[in-house]
Each structure stands twice: as C-alpha cells, then as structure tokens.
Design a protein around this ligand. Structure first.
Ligand SMILES: [Mg+2]
Length: 406
C-alpha cells in the first residue's frame, strides 16, 4: 500500500538563484557564504554538478574543475521565502504532513490516493503547481512508497525532476542498485559496524534477519530499519530532542565584530566536536550576540541535518554576514538544535557528506584529543583560540531565551 509522498527540491539554493535571476539559468553556479577562494560551495546548480562541483567543494578547487563557474552569495531570506511559497504550492494539491528541511516535505497518501495511478497524478500535479506558483526553475524529485523512509529513498533514485514509485512487490530488489552508504540512517559509524558484521551490500542488508540488525544497531533501531526496508509503516519516534551549544562573555580585547565572529566559530567547532562525540546531527543553527547597551542580534537557520564542520562553518559564515558591524558585542551564544542520532532511523534527512569529509571530521577530533585542544582547527576561529576554553562542560545546554534575558 502506498502511504507516503515525499518531495525533495533539486539543487534548491542554486535553483532559487536561477529562478530569481534569469541570467543565471543554464549556467554552472555555486552558492557561497562569501566570495572567497577559501570558502566552500554550500550548493551547486546541476550545470556545476555535472562538472564535479558539489556541496562542500572548496572554491579554489571548484574553479579548476569549472573555470566559468559563477559564484553567488547566499540569500538566506530568499530561500526561506521560496520555501514558504513551495509549501503553499504543494498544499494546493495535497496536505503537507511535515516539513523536514528547507527543501524537503512529506505528505500522507490517504483513500484513493493510495492507488498507484492516483498517487502518480498527484505527484505530477505537485510538480506543476510548484512550477506555476513558484517558478519554472524549481524542479523536484518525488518519491512515492509504502512509508516515509522508502519515499525519501525514492527521491534519491532519480534526479533532477524525478518521480519514482516503490511498491511492496518491488521490495527488496529495487533497493539493490543503491550503495549501503546511500541509505538514510547509514552513516560512517553504522557502515563500519555493518562491515564488521559481514554486511557489505544493500542486498545483504535486506536478507539479514531482524535479530541480526538489532545486534548491528545495538537496539530497536535495527529492527525498525528491518521493517522499513520491507515497506512496513513504522511510526517516527523522537529519540533525542535537545541542543548542543555554548555561551561566552567576550574578553575586552575581543569586543569587536571580528572578535565576536572568531569566538562564534570557536564555539561552533567545540559544539560540532561534541555533536560528533554524541553521534548526533543538528538541523538548526542559532546565534545570538548581545551588545553593550543591551541590544541583541539573533539569527536562526534551518539546515540539512549535519555534524560536518565544513558545512556548519559555511552556514555560520553566512549567518554572520548579517551581524551588524556597529555596536560593541559583549556576549555570544551559539546552539546546534533539532538534534537527532546520525545512525538512527528517526533521522531521514542525514546529509551524506562522503567518507573523505567524515574522515576529516574524525581526524580533527582525534588529533585534538591526542595532542590537546586547538592543535587542529578551522581558520575561521584563529583570532579567538584562547577564548571559550574546552574545559567548559558541553553538557550544559543553554536556553537561548533565558540566557539572553539574564
Ligand atoms: Mg534537495
């Protein structure tokens, strides 16, 4: 039975820019937090992806791969505005059950919509409604399946402008074309665990018993995956709902725009380390800066769930571009919110950053653990290394509201 319809916009940030600016259409573009060779692409158009430029590619490298690459500074408010317009467009056709990120949403199929033909026609209507109400550049991949997990998986099987239906009778063979690492809920840790249990392919995963997957996952999540890849409707359970973050009162020498920026990045790098220690990903980043005189600046962004320091740094840099340059910053607070387990099935959106970057993150963590804090850090934090010492316990979970109003 088809129960779920998942909508995933293709190359979302880049498509929004191409929609907003017709001169960018059909061209390789990369969205960047700032125009600099040392930054990374936070998104790329399909024209750029075909040339090897993708999320996380360093711009110096991207220019080698694609010399005519056009860099576009991120316009976050524009992405949020389009996000709401896309939800409205989908709502014209079918109710949106939940919004899972800035470019992903899931709808329940009920009644006659559970029949294949009807579900497919709804998918076409959704695509058409988005094009008509938001714009011709806004393509999406739609997945239709017996549960949200498989519907999300189906959106990954055809891009851009995909439409894939997975029915019970297609299972499990339809999944065999995928790599283990491509499946939601299989991050590098779980990938390694599967390997040590002799499971190397999706086919082997599909033939493992419920008990075997329970053993690999070390708990009920393994059984939930077993059921999900069989098309069973396993309710979503929030296993974690918390925040990793930190506040810091700036020392007088750092009470400047640059000082505050550096401390924010330093706090971010500590928070990201902690997030990885916990095996979590975050889906929201918030920054709050308090100025002498009591003024306050706050910024909150929804992001594709990640624990990757490069992605988080890119997001943070974009957010900080909006930090007022006037006034004297006094205290900064950052938080990584909407966290969930990286290997849990309750994390349908884990953004697979690939083994190279996961090993970069792991290397940062292990080198700093072995040789001491700040042995290895991202350059964004260079001017604030002595601030916010590592000894401050990260188990402290600040409430940004009360923290600011103290
Ligand atoms: Mg997308």
């Amino acid at each position: 039975m088809l129960r779920s319809l998942y909508v995933d916009l293709n190359s979302y940030f880049a498509s929004v820019e191409q929609q907003a600016n017709p001169a960018l259409r059909g061209k390789p573009i990369a969205i960047v937090p700032m125009i600099a060779d040392t930054t990374v692409a936070i998104a790329a158009s399909y024209e750029a992806k075909r040339r090897g430029v993708t999320t996380g590619t360093m711009i110096s490298e991207a220019k080698k791969l694609c010399p005519d690459l056009i860099l576009v500074t991120a316009h976050h408010t524009r992405y949020v505005d389009y996000h709401h317009r896309i939800i409205d467009a989908v709502e014209q056709v079918i109710h949106v059950k939940s919004v899972n990120s800035i470019d992903e949403m899931v709808c329940d199929l009920t009644g006659s919509a559970r029949h294949r033909d009807k579900a497919i026609s709804i998918a076409h209507d959704v695509k058409q409604s988005i094009k008509e109400r938001v714009g011709s550049e806004m393509l999406c991949s739609v997945g239709i399946a017996p549960n949200d997990y498989l519907a999300k998986t189906a959106t990954d099987m055809q891009k851009p402008d995909g439409l894939v239906v997975i029915e019970e009778e297609d299972l499990p063979q339809v999944l065999y074309s995928m790599e283990l690492r491509d499946l939601c809920g299989i991050g590098s840790r779980m990938y390694q665990r599967l390997y040590t249990h002799g499971i190397y392919t999706v086919e082997m995963l599909c033939s493992a018993t419920k008990q075997q997957l329970h053993t690999v996952w070390g708990g009920i999540e393994g059984e939930r995956l077993w059921a999900r890849i069989r098309g069973q409707d396993v309710p979503h359970v929030e296993t974690h709902k918390s925040t990793v973050g930190q506040s810091h009162v700036l020392s007088p020498s750092l009470r400047s725009h640059d000082g505050a920026t550096g401390v924010v990045h330093r706090l971010l790098q500590k928070a990201a380390t902690r997030l990885r220690q916990y095996g979590l990903v975050a889906a929201e980043v918030t920054i709050s800066v308090r100025f002498l005189g009591g003024e306050r600046w706050k910024c909150a962004w929804d992001i594709t769930p990640t624990q990757d320091i490069v992605q988080l740094t890119a997001v943070m840099s974009s957010m900080l571009a909006e930090l007022p340059t006037s006034g004297t910053p006094f205290k900064v607070t950052i938080a990584l919110n909407k966290v969930s387990p990286v290997d849990g099935m309750s994390q349908p959106l884990f953004n697979n950053i690939g083994p190279a970057r996961e090993s970069l993150n792991a290397s940062i963590d292990s080198i700093n653990k072995k040789y001491g804090k700040n042995t290895l850090y991202l350059g964004t934090a260079w001017n604030a290394l002595s601030s916010a010492p590592m000894r401050i316990a990260f188990t402290h979970i600040p409430d940004i509201e009360t923290d600011d109003d103290e």
